[in-house]
Design a protein around this ligand. Structure first.
Ligand SMILES: Cc1ncc(COP(=O)(O)O)c(C=O)c1O
Length: 454
């Protein structure tokens, strides 16, 4: 038999369906005990009740919850070991030549607005870098300077994505790709990086999936690569990249390659930039000062679109429009980054030291993880992340979210849940701390697991 509560709920639902705010309020006033919250949430009401746009719901940070808990514990006097932020200057101070260049820019009075798309000195150094490292023929007009790669990702989606468009992303993905795509009305076609094959991309599967997706549907707007990868630390092989370029060429899909970790490669791995092999296939490279130049807080990144084909020219011009629609990125930081790019000798020393240390730290931590009864991981060859799988079946803990929460409360260790990158059952550790800190942390994680053994 239908009870009174259910009848009230049905009436409210009907009222919501016909979208009459007055009727809903009237019905609600006479059914005060029924929680309306869950109904209001389901996108029928917001435009009438909330000032926020529908699109704004895509902007969120799933990791915020853990940060809030960490802050609360800190304020209670707990010493939190933070292995969750990919922020190299906290472990390797930004090199003196970069800091001096910043101070020089300030002293030289370069404190006003610069050109919105970036100072010519920096754009020219970016072009020279690509010629030097990857043999790419381009000039300063191929590069647009942004407030980090983060801003570039927003520009790309704003420029390319219409409501209902799709883009190919690989899982696990860097957290912000998804909300940025959603914000502009796009949806992700998710391909998997294959853990069994060392997180490489199965290009046969990719080819097959694109073919079947194309039947009767619009082609995806772009393919987004992250190489080296955050969160897995994988460096994609040249063969895989060449296959992907072929696929992009065959189906005329724009390629975007986020190469922000291109200089942080070790364990004898060889990095290939898409710019080296995609000649003639429209593509964009994202990079900046944050990681290889150890200057995350400078907030300087860039997009390089070297091609002369119609698509590349169109996207490049639109990127300039986006840059011109706001004022410039941090001006002294742009001059400092330009000087850093030009100072190959100092940069060479700094990057060699940092990558050498990262290699030791990542390897020591990986070895310790792979001794664990509860964790296992593929050895990273790039960036500074480790992405172990948690053997949940051995634990009473049921999800990576609860694992991260428990570890934070009980051991005061902050790592990141894999589901933030689309891969539940994993956790991400930032392996920038000293070797001893990392290995003793894994031992503490093992003890935590022991206490929660199934
Ligand atoms: C793959 C990837 N892309 C982009 C970014 C953000 O870079 P930026 O500091 O230049 O905004 C990060 C930061 O961790 C990243 O891991």
């Amino acid at each position: 038999m239908i009870c009174a509560m259910q009848i009230k709920a049905l009436v409210i639902f009907a009222a919501l369906k016909i979208q009459s705010a007055i009727f809903v309020q009237w019905v609600y006033r006479f059914s005060t005990k029924i929680p309306i919250y869950c109904l209001v949430q389901n996108d029928i009401m917001p435009s009438k009740q909330s000032i926020l746009s529908k699109r704004s719901k895509f902007v969120y940070n799933v990791l915020e919850e853990d940060d809030r808990l960490a802050q609360k514990l800190s304020s209670e006097g707990k010493n939190i070991l933070k292995l969750n932020r990919g922020d190299p200057p906290h472990y390797f101070p930004t090199p003196k030549y970069m800091v001096d260049a910043y101070i020089d820019a300030l002293k030289a009075g370069k404190t006003g607005y610069s050109m919105n798309r970036g100072v010519p000195e920096l754009r020219s150094e970016v072009a020279k870098r690509f010629k030097r490292l990857y043999g790419v023929d381009c000039d300063e007009d191929s590069a647009i300077i942004t407030q980090g790669v983060s801003e570039t990702i927003g520009f790309m989606n704003a420029a390319l994505i219409d409501e209902g468009d799709r883009a190919i992303l690989f899982k696990p993905y860097y957290t912000i790709y998804i909300p940025e795509l959603g914000l502009y009305g796009g949806t992700a076609l998710i391909e998997e990086y294959d853990e069994e094959s060392g997180w490489q991309i199965d290009t046969d599967k990719l080819r097959k999936n694109i073919k079947s997706e194309l039947k009767g549907a619009k082609k995806p707007k772009y393919i987004m690569l992250t190489n080296p990868n955050n969160p897995t630390g994988t460096v994609l092989s040249r063969n895989v990249l060449e296959e992907i370029v072929d696929i992009a060429n065959e189906h005329e899909i724009f390629l975007i390659s986020d190469e922000i970790y291109d200089e942080i490669v070790y364990n004898k791995a060889k990095f290939t930039s898409i710019s080296q092999i995609a000649k003639g296939v429209p593509h964009a490279i994202l990079n900046g000062a944050s990681k290889g130049y150890d200057a995350t807080g400078f907030r300087v990144g860039y997009i390089l679109i070297p091609g002369n084909d119609k698509t590349s020219s169109e996207v490049r011009a639109k990127m300039e429009d986006f840059a011109n629609a706001r004022l410039c990125p941090n001006a002294p930081a742009q001059y400092a980054f330009a000087a850093g790019l030009a100072n190959q000798k100092e940069h060479g020393k700094a990057i060699k030291h940092m990558v050498g240390e990262i290699e030791k730290r990542v390897n020591a931590c990986t070895d310790e993880i792979n001794k664990s009864e509860y964790l296992s991981t593929v050895r990273p060859n790039g960036a500074f992340y480790i992405f172990p799988k948690v053997r949940m079946e051995k634990l009473k803990i049921r999800s990576d979210r609860d694992f991260v929460d428990g570890l934070l409360r009980e051991e005061h260790i902050q790592v990141t849940r894999g589901s933030g990158f689309g891969a539940s059952g994993h956790i991400r550790l930032v392996a920038l701390a000293e070797k001893e800190v990392l290995t003793s942390t894994i031992k503490r994680i093992n003890k935590f697991c022991e206490r929660h053994k199934a």
